[in-house]
Design a protein around this ligand. Structure first.
Ligand code: PLP
Length: 422
């Protein structure tokens, strides 16, 4: 009986528009030009000049396009979208409709995915250290695959969810030197692996396979080679211990869209071929987060304040490091922006003097740390102009706070669809 079920791959728009999280919301169809989202943001502001709150635009076409690339380049790897990266309901609903499964790390993430109508065998509970109540909840709803990297976790799972199959999370031999190295926190060391396998066996639990994560954000995808080879050794060790044959390999996340995805897909495919090419009946899954979320969201913020100090221009916008731009702190992200200046009645971009100034862009809270951009060249902006930030979907709104009364939960998301599907 397969524990994780592969969904058929579909890229038709109808199920996306009918999916939970999308259904009932307007979806604006956009031409496929690169500038279409910017133009759409302009029209939103133009149609409602009183708009003040920052807002996101989610391009469903980008998600579908990325799924198409994934299935083309990594046809044997089932994507389990990592919900923590961005739990936006329209993103989750779209991914569910086009055949993604899900990586959840907590009770509420599991609830969010189940509420889309996704069956529990499309969920991997990929948090190696879970609280007991969350384990009990997973058992009650039939989420039956989870990760572990310590004996204490084995004990909790034995007690509260003995039917659950385990994936042993290992620390890859070299991590991908990513912005967010996860190996500092998770993953069994080589010398711990035999002990953990035996602990699971002694507890009567089934170890179905191995998982790892090479690190998130600009990861060097050559690290998949060592990680996949190390996983293979664990498969062999389990056989030597007389344990049932492992059948799940979870290669985690660490993917970024764009040209680096092609390289990553090549390294993964080569490594799978060299370590697992002769094995049959192996289910390979991945847990992409950033790959799907990052480029699908564009963020529009309003200039709410200004100060001039000589040649320096200082602006305040209505979101910052305690909100969606927490990615600058926690994800070590650098953001870029494009000004959308208003010229009287007309929304003609760059209708002002093309001279630029060294500018600072502050967030709205009263903490001086709350600085989004420094020494960036911008044209002269006025209060009520807008700054548009592309690629704002990964580890942004998901981790925002409501510090100082500025809450990310109030951020509206408009839906657009820009890529024509044949
Ligand atoms: C965060 C996380 C992911 C997603 O990582 P990306 O680099 O965003 O793809 C996948 N798996 C686990 C276990 C994670 O903690």
């Amino acid at each position: 009986m397969p524990t994780l079920v592969a969904e058929p791959y579909s890229l038709s728009l109808t199920p996306v528009l009918g999916s939970s999280g999308v259904k009932g919301k307007p979806v604006i169809s956009l031409p496929p030009e690169g500038d279409a989202i910017f133009g759409y943001i302009q029209s939103v502001i133009h149609d409602k000049p009183e708009t003040e709150s920052p807002f996101m635009v989610l391009d469903l076409g980008v998600i579908m396009d990325l799924m198409d690339k994934w299935r083309t380049k990594l046809p044997t790897v089932q994507p389990f979208y990592a919900v923590k990266c961005n739990p936006n309901p329209s993103l989750l609903g779209t991914l569910a409709a086009i055949g993604s499964s899900f990586d959840c790390a907590s009770k509420s993430e599991i609830e969010a995915v189940l509420s889309l109508g996704v069956s529990p065998d499309r969920i991997v509970y990929a948090n190696p250290c879970k609280s007991e109540s969350h384990i009990k909840y997973a058992a009650s709803v039939g989420v039956n695959v989870t990760t572990f990297d310590s004996e204490y976790e084995v004990e909790k799972i034995r007690k509260w969810h003995p039917e659950c199959e385990l994936l042993l999370r290992i620390k890859p031999p070299e991590d991908g030197a990513a912005r967010c190295a996860l190996g500092r926190k998770y993953g069994a060391l080589p010398e711990e692996i035999p002990v953990l396998l035996q602990a699971a066996r002694d507890a009567g639990l089934k170890v179905a396979g191995v998982s790892f994560h090479i690190g998130s954000g600009d990861a060097d995808s050559r690290a998949y080679h060592g990680a996949i080879a190390a996983a293979k050794e664990v498969f062999e060790m389990a056989s030597q211990f007389g344990m049932p044959k492992m059948h799940v390999l979870d290669i985690g996340g660490g993917f970024t869209s764009g040209p680096s995805f092609d390289a990553a897909a090549m390294h993964v495919s080569e490594a799978l071929e060299s370590s697992f090419g002769n094995e049959e009946g192996i289910t390979v899954i991945g847990e992409p987060g950033r790959y799907f979320a990052e480029t699908a969201f564009t963020f529009a913020t309003k200039v709410i304040g200004k100060r001039v100090r000589g040649e320096l221009r200082e602006y305040w916008i209505n979101d910052g490091l305690y909100g969606s731009f927490n990615c600058i702190m926690f994800d070590f992200a650098t953001v870029t922006c494009r000004p959308l200046v208003t010229c009287d009645e007309d929304m003609v971009p760059m209708c002002r003097d093309s001279k630029t100034f060294s500018s600072t862009v502050f967030g709205p809270t009263c903490d001086s740390l709350d600085t989004v951009l420094r020494n960036t060249q911008l044209p002269e902006l006025h209060v009520n102009d807008w700054l548009v930030f592309p690629n704002m979907g990964a580890y942004t709104t998901a981790a925002g706070s409501s510090f100082n009364g500025f809450s990310t939960s109030a951020i509206n998301t408009y839906l657009a669809y820009s890529t024509p599907i044949a």
